[in-house]
Structures are given as C-alpha cells and as structure tokens.
Ligand binder design. Structure first.
Ligand code: ADP
Length: 609
C-alpha cells in the first residue's frame, strides 16, 4: 500500500526533476554566455584601448622630442612601446571574431611601419624639416595605428553588444520555456498522480461502501478487493465478519421464528379468548378462540375492534386504559364481572382480565386481554345462589316456629323444667338464634344478588347512624361482657346513603367485633371526615386478621382458618357489596394478636362536601 502510494507520487517528482534539470541547464548556458563575452571580447576591447593610449603617449613623446625635449620624449616613447607591444601580442592571442585576424594583422603592419618611422625620426632629431616630416610622414602612420586599434575596438564592442542581446534573448526564451515546461509538467503530473491515487484508493471506497451496506442490514454484500495489500486484508476481514453475522442472523432468525410459532400455537390452543392490543388501541393479535367467540380478525387492521359488540368493546377499552394508565395487571373481583356474549352455541359468559406486555426496556408496549369462558362456573354459581336462597327461605318459617317453641319452653310457660332440661333448652335456644342470624344473612345475600342492590339514598346524620347501631348491639356486647362505645365528635358532616343498608354494614362489623373479640374487650366505633367522604371504623381487641386474608375475608364464604364456628362467611361480602354500590371502599387494618380495625367510606351529602 505504501509503495503504491509512493508510486502514485512519482509523476509529480519526475516533473519537478525535469524542471530542475532544465532550469540548471538554462542557468549554466546563460553563465557561459557572459563568460564568453568577458573572455572573447572584453580582453580585446581592453587591449585596443590600451594600444590606442600607448600610441597616443608615443605620439606625444615624439612631439616632445621634436619640440626640443628629446630626453623626456624619448623616455615616454621607450616606456610605451613595450606596453603597446604587449597589448598587441595579447590581442594576437585573442582572435575570436570573423575579420579580427585581418584587422590585427593590419594593426601589426601599421605598428611596424610606425615604429620604423619613429626610429628614423629619433635618429635625425637635428634635421631642419623635422616638423614637416612629422606631419607628412609620422602623423599618418600614427593615425593608421590608431585607426587599426579603433577597428579592433569597434569590432569587439559590436560583438559584445550582439552577444549580450543574444544572451538576453536566450534568458527570455529560457524563462518562457521553463515556466511553460513547469506548468505542463505539473498539470500532467497532477493528472497522472490523481489517476494513480484514485486507483490505489478505489479498494478503500469499496470497503467503505460494503461496511455501510452491512450497517444498513444487507448482510449478503461482500467487498471484492483483489491483491495482497493491507486493503485486501481489510476487505477479507470484513467479508469474514459479514459471513459470521449472516450465519448468526439466519440461526437467531430461525430460532425466533420457531419460538414465535410455538408461542402462537400455545396461545391459539387456549380455550379462552386472547387479544393483544397495542398502545394506539389497535388490535395486534387475536387467537382462534377470540376469533370464534368475538368474531374479530387481526387482519381487519385498525378497525378490528370496532366490529365488537359495544358492551364488549367498552369493557376491553376500560381494561386497556387500566393497564396503559400504569395500574398494572387487572384481576376481576368476581364472576359477576363476566360479560355476556352471544355466540353460535348460545350465550357465553366471559370473565375479562388484563396484563401489560413489557418491552425489553421495561416500558408497556401492549395490553394482553384474556376473556375466560366462565359460562359453566356462572351457571353453578347461579344454581348455588338459587339453592341458598331457596333453603334460607324454606328454613325461615319452620325456624320461626322452632324458635318460638324453644322460647316458650325456656320461659317455662308450658311447665317447669328440671335444671338439666333448662340447660339443654337454653343451648337449643342459642343455636336457634345462631341459625336465625345465618338464615337472615343468607336471605340478605340472595336479596342483594337478586336485585343487584338498588339504593334508596337519603341524607343521614352519621352520629345517629352509629348510635343506632351501637344501641342495637348493646345487649349482644353485654352478653360477652364487652364494652361497645361510639367515639364520634359532634357536628360530623351528613352522608348520602341508604339508611337500612348502611346500618346493615355497620351492624355486620360490630357483630364480628363482638363475636371475634375477647370476653370483656372493648369495641370502639369512630367516624372521621376525609376529603369528600366519611370514614367509619370499628376497632376491636380480637385476634386480628392474617395478612393473606385481609382482602379475602370480604369474598363470599371465606372464613379465616381457626375462627370460632358460628358464621357462613358472607357478612363481610354483603358489607363490601353494599359499600361498593355506594361508591365507597371497605378494608381492614390489622396486626395479628393486636385486634383489627374494619373501616369503610361513605360519600358526604353534597351540602356537607
Ligand atoms: P362470618 O359469618 O364467618 O363472621 P364474615 O364475612 O362476617 O363471616 O367474616 C369472614 C371471616 O372474617 C370470619 O369468619 C372471621 O374469620 C374473619 N373476621 C371477621 N371479622 C373479624 C374480626 N373483627 N376479628 C377477627 N376476625 C374477623
């Protein structure tokens, strides 16, 4: 991978190297040009100028000699002849231009002539026509030397100008060439580098794309990257991971499917109707029993529940709101909550219960509603109620006669009794009374069940209700040497209740307190105002109610194991039904061994509230 990336940069490096080479070549060529100028022409220009100067000095030396200063003139001539000779020799050794050789030879010839003319003049310094000879012979020779030197000077200066121009041109051309070459090289190198880099990096985008598709859930996708470099390794690892994921998904999907089918089959095989309702109120699932009994279909979609009978729909909606409202599972209180549904097999009684369905995070995501078919149970219940009602009814008349007879006997109205007979008759009288109270309770129960408690409410004074109840049971308390007292603050707000029924509830609680409390114990009846209702309680010093029975004692025929004989277990049930019909609540606070406090609540009369 690293090698490939380095190779991808090679075109750029090559372009840079070529630019450097061309640049250095051009610079060297320019340097050579100026060096050539210096070497070829500058030396000749210098020599020509020096020769001209030496010739002029020699000429002025001659003038000196002619003017009568032969010593100074001679010395000047002697000093400058070698100088000129030296420069001329240098020029002869630096012939570089065309025509320069001829010009130099011409100078040499002019100089030789001038030199011999000077020698002649110096030998004849005393001659009278010396001045004439100077102008006629010597001056032209001097001028010839000077002109010849000038020619060489001009020739070399021209050459210098020419060469300088051409160097300038070369520099400009080179500059253009260099810039052009650099730009071209860089563009080509960039294109080549980017093509090569793209090719090197293409596998990386293949791997990236594959990873993205995998992340989106397409586990069948694989990265195809040939070769042996790091990216090919990465692609292979990615493919292996995708293989594992795919296998895992296939296996977990299969297991999930199996588990779901098993759960579905289990729910479908239940005889009870099961409905799963989502938070939005839409039916998510209905088992076969639900489809048969309620004629709903999950496939019907959002309108599935709308096809239900309004009464069934209302109950289902109430349960769903109970569960989604965060109150947990809904357990029915009794068979009387069963709803009646008409089916092809006749009317069925379905007892609804509901439970929340939790998501993994613990949130409620749906409500499961089970409608248990309790038709047979209901029928049994009805039969039992009928039987109880009939028996109680049928017992009443003979029992009244029996009690009357036992009373007359125990009062010795029909004759005196021996002590033993009196004891037996007294026991029989007590049992008759107990039987009477059971029969009364059973009759109350059947009446309550028959007319489902129709209340005749009126505004009542709680103090009066309590006092009446206390007075009514004073004798019973007395027989157990118990103290029965009412602790009611005066000015309690009025309540709205059915006098007879509320009296019955309070009476039942007081009777129980006397019955299950100890001999000589204290029973206190209190009333306290709460927000919008009145709470009436009956506290005793009896054995208390074990925690597991505090709810159950209010159910029908439930008695705490070990409780003294003498009841049918329906007094508290009747009390709960009556309080419930009033819209109140009933309960017990108790600690085993420390007595119980049974309480119930009644609505305040509107003015009091
Ligand atoms: P019963 O006719 O048996 O009294 P109830 O419905 O009135 O029927 O009471 C149900 C059961 O609750 C009783 O059998 C008894 O075990 C228990 N119980 C009721 N009241 C008291 C109480 N004050 N103290 C202790 N146990 C009580």
């Amino acid at each position: 991978m690293r090698t490939k990336l380095v190779f991808a940069q090679l075109p750029l490096v090559a372009a840079l190297a070529i630019t450097i080479l061309v640049g250095s070549h051009v610079t060297r060529a320019l340097g050579r040009g100026s060096q050539d100028i210096l070497k070829d022409n500058y030396r000749s220009v210098l020599a020509a100028q020096n020769m001209k100067e030496a010739a002029e000095r020699i000429d002025s030396g001659v003038m000196f000699a002619i003017a009568g200063r032969p010593d100074a003139g001679g010395a000047q001539i002697d000093a400058n002849v070698p100088k000129l000779e030296h420069e001329l020799a240098a020029q002869e050794g630096n012939i570089t231009e065309t025509g320069e050789l001829e010009a130099t030879q011409h100078l040499r010839a002019a100089w030789t002539t001038y030199q011999s003319e000077i020698a002649r003049v110096r030998r004849a310094l005393a001659a009278p026509d010396l001045r004439v000879r100077y102008f006629a012979e010597l001056l032209p020779k001097f001028l010839a030397v000077k002109e010849a030197a000038d020619a060489i000077l001009a020739m070399n200066q021209d050459a210098m100008m020419r060469k300088s121009d051409s160097a300038q041109r070369l520099a400009e051309e080179s500059n253009t060439l260099l810039v052009g070459l650099s730009v071209l090289g860089l563009v080509l190198a960039l294109v080549a580098s980017s093509i090569m880099t793209t090719r090197v990096l293409r596998p990386l985008s293949v791997v990236g794309l594959t990873a993205r598709r995998l992340g989106e859930g397409d586990l069948a996708v694989r990265a195809k990257v040939p070769g042996n470099d790091e990216l090919a390794d990465l692609a292979r690892e990615l493919n292996t991971m995708a293989d594992h994921l795919q296998r895992y998904r296939q296996s977990s999907l299969g297991e999930l499917l199996e588990a779901q089918l098993a759960a579905q089959a289990t729910i479908d095989s239940l005889p009870d109707a099961v409905l799963v309702i989502a938070l939005d109120g839409e039916l998510r699932h209905a088992n076969q029993a639900a489809e048969t009994l309620l004629k709903v279909r999950t496939e019907a979609g959002s309108g599935a529940l709308a096809t239900l009978e309004p009464s069934v729909r209302a109950v289902i909606e109430r349960l769903r709101q109970h569960v989604t409202g965060g109150h947990g599972a809904y357990v029915p209180k009794g068979l009387e909550e069963a709803i009646k549904v008409a089916t092809s097999d006749g009317e069925r009684a379905l007892l609804p219960r509901a439970a929340p369905l939790y998501a993994e995070e613990g949130d409620v995501v749906a409500t499961t509603i089970v409608l248990q078919d309790v038709t047979r149970l209901r029928r049994f219940e009805e039969l039992r109620n009928d039987l109880v009602a009939t028996v109680a009814h049928e017992f009443r008349t003979p029992l009244t006669s029996l009690r009357m007879a036992v009373h007359l006997l125990s009062e010795e109205t029909v004759g005196p009794l021996t002590r033993k007979q009196a004891d037996l008759v007294f026991a029989a009288r007590e049992e008759c009374d107990r039987l009477q109270s059971i029969v009364d309770e059973l009759l109350d129960l059947s009446r309550i069940q028959a007319d489902r408690i129709e209340l005749r409410t009126s505004v009542l004074d709680p103090e009066q209700v309590i006092n009446t109840a206390v007075e009514a049971h004073a004798a019973e308390a007395e027989s157990r040497h118990a103290t029965l007292r009412a602790e009611v603050l005066p000015g309690m707000p009025a309540i709205l209740a059915d006098r007879e029924r509320i009296q019955l509830v309070l009476g039942n609680l007081i009777v129980n307190a006397i019955k299950y409390g100890p001999d000589g114990g204290t029973i206190t009846v209190r009333a306290a105002q709460r927000e919008g209702f009145l709470r009436i309680e009956v506290a005793d010093q009896g054995p208390g109610i074990p925690a597991g029975y505090r709810q159950a004692v209010f159910d029908k025929y439930v008695r705490v194991p070990g409780a003294p004989k003498g009841g049918a277990g329906i007094g508290l049930y009747i009390a709960r039904e009556i309080v419930g019909a009033h819209g109140g609540e009933i309960g017990v606070d108790s600690e085993p061994g420390k007595g119980s406090t049974f309480w119930f609540t009644v609505e305040l009369a509107p003015a009091s509230a």
